[in-house]
Design a protein around this ligand. Structure first.
Ligand code: PLP
Length: 203
């Protein structure tokens, strides 16, 4: 069974608490500042917080303390910063390498060729745990056109699993295509709209 990450960006702490009361434990946020307020408000709820939005280096120090997982690590500089700033009183930070698998327009995510180098750097850091890979493929309206990107991710994931025993997570699939992502090997899906309803404002 894949894990369900509830994507709570733009949602209130109350909405998160409602879902938590129903048994949901893992929540994903895109923006450090927005997450900070929510995580503080729900500090006693025992929730697991994932950063799934792009992380600027100047926010790495805050993110390294705030989150339990960072899914958007895509460059060596960020590996070093997160390792340096993960506070000693917190367990090691769970990290996914974000891969730009097919979206040439996006500047986020590393090239598939860079995955092994980044993964090796993460695996060497005692304050980080390499858990796997994350991708946001091009959102083709035709779902079947997304399948090759998910297949490529699964191949990369298998390569990584063979090299690093800590790797167990392939994060891909959102509200409109999670069955396809699961069919292609996703172990974690990131669902916002299908859980909370449509977001106001930002997509
Ligand atoms: C917003 C977002 C999601 C969730 O999208 P939905 O279509 O609302 O399910 C998943 N992953 C990332 C990286 C996102 O930014």
């Amino acid at each position: 069974m894949p894990r369900l990450l509830a994507v709570s960006k733009t949602q209130t702490a109350t909405a998160v608490a409602t879902l938590a009361a129903a048994g949901q434990r893992a929540f994903g946020e895109n923006y450090v500042q927005e997450a900070q307020a929510k995580i503080r408000a729900l500090a006693d709820a025992g929730l697991e917080w994932h950063l799934i939005g792009h992380l600027q280096s100047n926010k790495a120090e805050v993110a390294a303390d705030l989150f339990d997982w960072v899914q958007t690590v895509d460059r060596l500089k960020l590996v070093a910063a997160l390792a340096r700033f993960r506070p000693p009183h917190r367990p090691p930070l769970n990290v996914l390498v974000q891969v730009n698998i097919d979206d040439e327009a996006s500047k986020h995510g590393c090239a598939p060729e860079q995955v092994l180098e980044l993964a090796a750097a993460i695996a060497q850091e005692p304050r980080l745990v390499l858990r796997g890979l994350m991708a946001i493929p091009t959102p083709h309206p035709d779902l079947e056109s997304r399948r090759p990107a998910y297949r490529d991710m699964a191949v990369l994931f298998d390569t990584l699993v063979a090299r690093h025993s800590s790797v167990d997570t392939l994060s891909m699939g959102m509200s409109d295509d999670f069955p396809l992502a699961i069919a292609e090997g996703a172990t974690m899906v990131r669902i916002g709209t299908a859980l909370f309803g449509p977001r106001a404002g930002k997509p």
